[in-house]
Design a protein around this ligand. Structure first.
Ligand SMILES: NC(=O)c1ccc[n+]([C@@H]2O[C@H](COP(=O)([O-])OP(=O)(O)OC[C@H]3O[C@@H](n4cnc5c(N)ncnc54)[C@H](O)[C@@H]3O)[C@@H](O)[C@H]2O)c1
Length: 253
């Protein structure tokens, strides 16, 4: 299949974690993926150079919290491929700060990177998707957008609640344009944190996480990628505005 016949997908935050697993899954399914992410700090450039050599020029530097950056990315993709079939709004940041420790700057950064980015992402691609009369957008939220969690990470909870609410609103707004918009909300997923998985790093919440997760284990990024692929693909053609929890049963308790 050549690139014109292939589905064209943008995956944000694609250099690691859930974004990387999603991009790999999409590629295995024959989807052409444009991977986007921030340019990392100088001290992490070496790893980045290795990644870049794997990405075969399908990588774009992108700050999802900046509208101009979205314009640049979407413009380049449309110029090269002429369409955008799928957008996965995956990039995000986290924090453990609770209500009293959070400060105004932290709050604003969190809401900007995790929530404003979803609005900007949808806004940036819907014009092309409306012209195509088709499109699928998957927003990555969290169980913390729909639960009180451990009573920490106040701004993160607020940002993910916004992702889920905005998904439902956008799904209604664009349903008649045949653009489906859904959320995947992961529970606790093993991803690298400073070269260790959270599980290996043995953070304080680890035991609490496992004991409160009915399936009694962490999830894998590939398990989230499967759910994202389902919602991005025609397999879910009558699903829009939905929130699919990939959480080992956390939200069922
Ligand atoms: N890992 C989990 O347990 C978990 C649980 C629930 C939800 N999530 C959500 O899944 C998504 C992916 O998380 P992950 O665990 O893979 O995280 P991660 O930190 O491994 O990867 C996130 C990626 O997003 C990128 N990013 C951060 N800010 C950005 C910006 N402004 N512009 C562009 N890219 C940016 C980072 O550079 C990184 O490559 C996030 O939205 C996160 O909130 C993760």
């Amino acid at each position: 299949m050549n690139e014109v016949e292939s589905k064209i997908a943008i995956v944000t935050g694609a250099v690691r974690g859930i974004g990387k697993a999603t991009s790999s899954r999409f590629k295995r399914e024959g989807i052409t993926v444009i991977e986007t992410d921030l340019l990392p700090d100088q001290d992490k450039r070496e790893t980045y150079e290795e990644l870049l050599s794997d990405l075969k020029n399908q990588f774009l530097i992108h700050d999802v919290s900046e509208e101009n950056s979205w314009k640049e990315v979407v413009g380049q993709v449309l110029k090269k491929f002429g369409k955008i079939d799928i957008l996965v709004n995956n990039a995000g940041i986290g924090t453990l700060q609770d209500f009293e420790k959070e400060d105004e700057r932290g709050w604003e950064t969190m809401l900007s990177v995790n929530a404003k980015s979803i609005w900007l992402g949808i806004k940036s691609v819907v014009h092309a998707m409306k012209e195509q009369k088709s499109g699928s957008i998957v927003n990555v939220s969290s169980i913390f957008g729909a639960s009180g969690g451990f009573g920490m990470s106040a701004s993160y909870h607020a940002s993910k609640g916004a992702v889920s609410a905005l998904t439902r609103n956008a799904a209604v707004r664009y349903a008649a344009d045949n653009i489906r918009i859904n959320t995947v909300s992961p529970g606790f997923i093993k991803v690298l944190r400073e070269e260790k998985t959270i599980e290996e790093a043995g953070d304080n919440m680890s035991q609490g996480i496992i004991s409160r997760t009915p399936m009694g284990r962490w999830g894998n990024a590939s398990e989230v990628a499967s759910a994202i692929h389902f919602l991005a693909s025609p397999e879910s053609s009558y699903v829009t505005g939905a929130e699919l929890f990939v959480d080992g049963g956390w939200m069922a308790t």
